[in-house]
Design a protein around this ligand. Structure first.
Ligand SMILES: Nc1ncnc2c1ncn2[C@@H]1O[C@H](COP(=O)(O)OP(=O)(O)OP(=O)(O)O)[C@@H](O)[C@H]1O
Length: 516
């Protein structure tokens, strides 16, 4: 017999012996698997049993075992019963594989595990959060979207959690946002009375609404658009060339407004100048403007010499002259209004026509004035800010969030309409809006995105309509055309479209029309 035949025979013998052994040990494997299941089940029950009930449970189990041992043939019968049940549980249908873990279950379990270090109390006898706990003990309800992303969650937290402390809340909000995905914004609704937190993921706001005439009453300014929760009404808009209804963030100005002035702070490049331009275009049909461009970048040059625009100032001297005039004009209007009231006649039109003071980056001028030992332009705003409501003078200030410390206390105290644009941390949002934000911003923020707070209301999300500088060659022509179409003209000629516009973006060429 050749060596090869010997080898193949031994292989066959080994295979047959293996098959026989597998057949012989199959019942043992089956029972072993069943016993393992039983052990896991018992371990799970033990972990789920509250600590104070573990002693009595152990006692009952020991009593049952003792009873079985004392019964005639009790031990034998119980062993047979255990083997039979293990064999039943351990059987596995042919081809069956372990079920895939549910991705949603895994996400919720991961969130629960991440929250546990912040919400578990070491001395809590019945903890909602514990390292060997289950998320179902703390999470009341949850909802996932079609793509498997968490969109809503209600969770309970222990009563001793310091839910009134902004830092403690912020920690929990950060954990939730981290586990649920930083690409979206989340609203956090803390129900302090019942120790519940409701989290909802917010759909992104529309970014394709350009400057256009908005359907509003005189004195109403559309700061931008929000979600359905943030506004009580919708207005018709042209959204990316399609007619749509969108909920606006409306700022009411005028003699009856409780928030007659606005302060907008933002990260550089996130659209505070565009917001100012958007307000200017909405204010111009009903009022007059004085524009101060503290950064001197000529971003508001498109307003120069427009009907209703008194002046666009970019220098410290010009800004001071304009603001001194505005202060005197406010006093003149107050006197004229008083006289009219005393004589019981209607106030003249030049007193009631709204006057808007729009200041972009005024803190830069404050620094310059400080260096030159001249009066701070912000101080010149005192009269319009304090008496502007009665005199129909509205002040709008836009500045860099980094410059918030240099904003004067009078400006901060009198600007009750607030906007913050660009990426913001809880501290920045609180400094800009005056209250903590109950919304966690997304990791990526488009230009013009932020939050608005009008008076004592809760902050709402805000997307400012794209109101680009029509003299900015890099801005899309379509957006520049939208702004050009809204600029008022001295005659009936139609202004050239953005592609052929001949205006030069040279702030040195800006010739403001002096009013004093
Ligand atoms: N709402 C918006 N939609 C689309 N683009 C915008 C919007 N707001 C601003 N932009 C674009 O973002 C850029 C910066 O805008 P803007 O100059 O208004 O920002 P800013 O915060 O005033 O910046 P800076 O402080 O540097 O002047 C511009 O190119 C502008 O066209």
């Amino acid at each position: 017999m050749s060596l090869n035949r010997h080898l193949s025979r031994s292989r066959d013998l080994a295979r047959t012996a293996g098959d026989h052994a597998a057949d012989m040990f199959a019942p043992l494997t089956l029972i072993g698997r069943g016993l393992r299941h039983h052990a896991e089940w018992a371990k799970g029950r033990w972990a789920a049993t509250p600590r104070e009930r573990r002693g009595p449970t152990l006692f009952l189990a020991a009593a049952a075992v003792l009873g079985i041992v004392l019964l005639p043939h009790g031990l034998l019968f119980s062993l047979v019963a255990l083997m039979a049940s293990a064999a039943w549980v351990g059987r596995r249908p042919k081809g069956a594989t372990a079920p895939e873990p549910d991705a949603r279950d895994l996400k919720l379990a991961a969130l629960y595990a991440a929250l546990t270090p912040y919400l578990a109390g070491p001395d809590d006898l019945a903890p909602l959060y514990s390292f060997d706990g289950q998320y179902k003990s703390a999470f009341g309800s949850w909802e996932f979207d079609g793509e498997g992303r968490l969109v809503a969650l209600e969770l309970a937290y222990p009563a001793y959690f310091t839910d009134t402390e902004p830092t403690a809340r912020a920690r929990i909000e950060q954990v939730v946002q981290g586990k649920a995905g930083r690409a979206r914004e989340y609203r956090f609704d803390w129900d302090e009375e019942s120790n519940k937190l409701r989290v909802s993921a917010l759909a992104p706001l529309a970014t394709d609404i350009a400057a256009q005439p908005f359907v509003t009453a005189p004195g109403e300014i559309v700061l931008g658009f929000t979600d359905a929760v943030g506004s009580q009404r919708t207005i018709p808009v042209n959204q990316g060339g399609v007619a749509a209804q969108q909920p606006p963030v409306v700022w009411r100005t005028g003699a009856r407004s409780a928030e007659p002035h606005l302060l907008a702070l933002g990260t550089a490049g996130y659209g505070t100048s565009s917001l100012l331009r958007s307000i200017a275009l909405q204010a111009l049909p009903y009022g007059d403007l004085v524009v101060i461009d503290g950064a001197g970048t000529g971003e508001h040059a498109c307003l120069v010499n427009r009907p209703g625009v008194h002046t666009v100032e970019t220098s410290l001297h010009g800004a001071q002259a304009a603001l001194e005039w505005a202060a005197l004009e406010t006093e003149r209007r107050l006197t004229a209004l008083n006289t009219a009231r005393h004589s019981g006649v209607a106030a003249p039109e030049d007193v009631t026509r709204p006057l808007w003071l729009l200041l972009d980056h005024p803190t830069e001028l404050s620094e310059l004035a400080n260096a030159e030992g001249r009066p701070d332009p912000q101080d010149l705003l005192e009269t319009p800010l304090r008496h502007g409501r009665a005199a129909r003078v509205t002040v709008v200030i836009a500045d860099d969030i980094e410059a918030r410390e240099r904003i004067s206390p009078t400006v901060r105290a009198t600007t009750r309409a607030r906007v913050v644009l660009g990426p913001s941390t809880p501290e920045v949002a609180q400094a800009a809006l005056g209250v903590p934000l109950d919304i966690a911003p997304a990791a990526q923020t488009p230009a013009g995105r932020g939050y608005a707070r009008i008076g004592a209301t809760l902050p709402v999300r805000l997307q400012v309509p794209a109101t680009v500088d029509p003299l900015d060659d890099e801005a899309p022509a379509q957006l520049r055309d939208a702004v050009i179409a809204l600029l008022p003209h001295r005659d009936t000629r139609t202004e050239a479209a953005a592609q052929t516009v001949q205006l030069k973006k040279e702030s040195s060429g800006v010739q403001p029309r002096p009013v004093w």
